[in-house]
Ligand binder design. Structure first.
Ligand code: MCA
Ligand code: AMP
Length: 507
């Protein structure tokens, strides 16, 4: 690919600039043993871009991918941004109703699903008016893979020039109303964040990243792959998180990015010790709070101090504990270079040590929500700061500590679950009068989704059948692990359910 004289406002061009002189080096070392070089990734992403062109996909058109993690899925992402189109990643655990919502809302030109989901995916996509429906299996099979294979790999085809604020991706996040909203992230958002992290986490050519995160969320898709590719280093690609397999990779790698559940599961491996960590230099945790116990135990067992950072779908990473300075347990560190973070109460910035709403401004912050100007107005302050919905405070050294959330949200194993979406479904169930979803502490997932129901007097609920029913409608991580039935939901004077009382009662 020629880049000389080109602007690197396109995310793919920015990545290419990072690995341009490393085309013979390993990029993806797949769990299957397949090794894909950077040159091969470049060639195959050009084929994806060419396949998209052959389908008439234009700059700004959306391309949805609802597929298992595989090198082909990652290369599809790269080809989509390379073509100037907008990538729409969808968790393959999403069921038909969930996918239908995203496809109707984002109106993609292309939707790629799993061959095993053909039975419903194609109908859902057709119903949403998607022009091109394809399939990609986890072994690189399916019509999408076939289309790419016959597409020309024009190595000289540069990425479609994009302006920095053009959309690169839409990532859906659920909301307090139950309706998911698409966070619109631009090429500038992704490039600026990737480069800031590459710098502060001190990535260099000696690094090898263990990539064991899903690739349909910002953490695994953008943070992990971008820092690696901007540096031109190999990724040990785990299709799923298997703690024994990741443990075995530690001796061949230098950096691991994970959610806290992954660290507690690694601690469950009896052979995790200093020797097992081989050449590892950095363990990074985020997406959910890392418990002080996990932080301490990991340090005792391995001699490594986990670096905790804080981000959001809407912003990428905001703050991080330092690589070189002190990593403070219970804090999410210092604002990233170029990113401003403030803590406010009643519209005023509070003093150090005082708790308030965390707000963020910088090149990492989303352009807005897809076709939701109402949400833009709600989620940004009048002076242009993004309201994270997290509650925190700065300490005397400028480290941010998150102490809670003003949004009604459960974070289970690093996945966000907004109660309203599940409550709306539960309220439709015959016999259910009202419902409340709460998060309860859990040793593996940090928090787990729990339902509290009020049902018609004299009726009974078959909770196992209800859980089975919910699994047909929702990705299973959103499905309550436990259901409690009580006489009445506790409410405050405004009629709002007092979920803290429910949490106290059932924890
Ligand atoms: C799986 N299960 C879960 C979860 N994951 N239940 C609750 N919470 C979960 N997170 C359930 C499944 O529904 C299934 O239930 C059973 O566990 C086995 O599923 P399986 O897929 O085999 O689970 P696993 O492979 O053990 O997955 C656990 C995991 C995974 C590896 C921790 O949840 C994960 O990859 N989490 C990371 C999420 C992430 O990347 N978040 C970043 C978003 P059943 O058998 O009943 O069906 S946040 C973000 O991007 C921002 C920017 C940030 O700050 O990072
Ligand atoms: P998501 O919308 O899935 O991107 O999740 C973003 C949310 O995850 C943030 O607003 C926080 O509430 C939470 N989060 C991310 N990283 C951390 C962390 N290190 N500690 C506590 N919460 C976190």
């Amino acid at each position: 690919m020629q880049t000389a004289g080109r602007s690197d406002a396109n995310m793919y061009a920015a990545l290419f600039a990072g690995f341009a002189d490393r085309l013979d080096h390993r990029c993806i070392i797949d769990a299957t043993g397949e090794v894909i070089t950077y040159g091969e990734v470049d060639r195959r992403s050009a084929q994806v871009a060419s396949a998209l062109r052959s389908l008439g996909v234009d700059q700004g058109d959306r391309v949805a991918l609802h597929a298992d993690k595989s090198p082909e899925a990652l290369i599809t992402y790269l080809g989509v941004v390379r073509a100037g189109a907008v990538f729409l990643p969808l968790n393959p655990a999403y069921r038909a109703d969930e996918v239908a919502y995203f496809l109707h809302d984002a109106e993609p030109a292309v939707a790629i699903g799993r061959p095993t989901d053909r039975g419903w995916f194609d109908n859902v996509a057709a119903d949403a008016g998607v022009r091109h429906v394809h399939h990609l299996g986890c072994d690189g099979d399916g019509s999408w893979a076939e289309l790419i294979a016959i597409a020309s790999a024009d190595d000289d085809a540069p990425p479609i020039p994009t302006a920095p604020d053009d959309l690169a991706t839409i990532v859906y996040t659920s909301g307090t109303t139950g309706r998911s909203k698409g966070a619109m992230l631009s090429h500038r958002n992704l490039i600026s964040n990737g480069r800031a992290l590459q710098q502060i986490w001190r990535f260099d050519l000696n690094d090898v990243l263990i990539h064991a995160l899903p690739i349909f969320h910002v953490h695994g898709l953008y943070i992990a792959t971008h820092t690696a590719m901007l540096t031109g280093i190999p990724m040990l690609f785990h299709r799923t998180f298997d703690s024994a397999a990741v443990l075995a990779s530690l001796s061949k790698a230098t950096v691991l990015m994970g959610v806290p559940t992954m660290y507690t599961r690694l601690l469950g491996e009896s052979s995790l010790d200093t020797a097992a960590c081989g050449a590892m230099r950095l363990f990074i945790s985020g997406s959910a709070p890392l418990s002080a116990d996990t932080f301490r135990e990991f340090s005792t067992r391995t001699g490594h101090t986990i670096l905790e950072r804080y981000g959001m779908t809407e912003t990428g990473m905001n703050t991080s504990n330092p690589c070189d300075g002190e990593r403070k347990a219970g804090t999410v560190g210092l604002p990233l270079p170029g990113v401003s973070v403030r803590v406010t109460h009643d519209g005023k910035v509070v003093a150090t040590g005082e708790v308030g709403d965390v707000q963020v401004r910088g090149p990492n912050v989303l352009r807005g929500y897809w076709r939701r100007p109402d949400k833009d107005a709600e989620e940004f302050t009048a002076d242009g700061w993004f309201k994270t919905g997290d509650v925190g405070m700065f300490d005397d050294d400028g480290y941010l500590e998150l102490v809670g959330r003003s949004k009604d949200l459960v974070i289970s194993g690093g996945y966000n679950v907004y109660p309203k979406e599940i409550e709306l479904l539960l309220d439709e169930v015959p016999g259910v009068i009202e419902s409340a979803i709460i998060g309860l502490a859990h040793p593996d997932f940090g928090e787990v989704v729990t339902a509290v129901l009020v049902i018609e007097p004299g009726t009974e609920i078959d909770t196992a059948a209800l859980i089975a029913h919910l699994k047909t409608r929702l990705a299973s991580f959103k499905v309550p692990k436990t259901i409690h039935v009580i006489d009445e939901l506790p409410r405050n004077a405004m009629g709002k359910v007092r979920k803290n009382l429910l949490r106290d009662r059932f924890s």
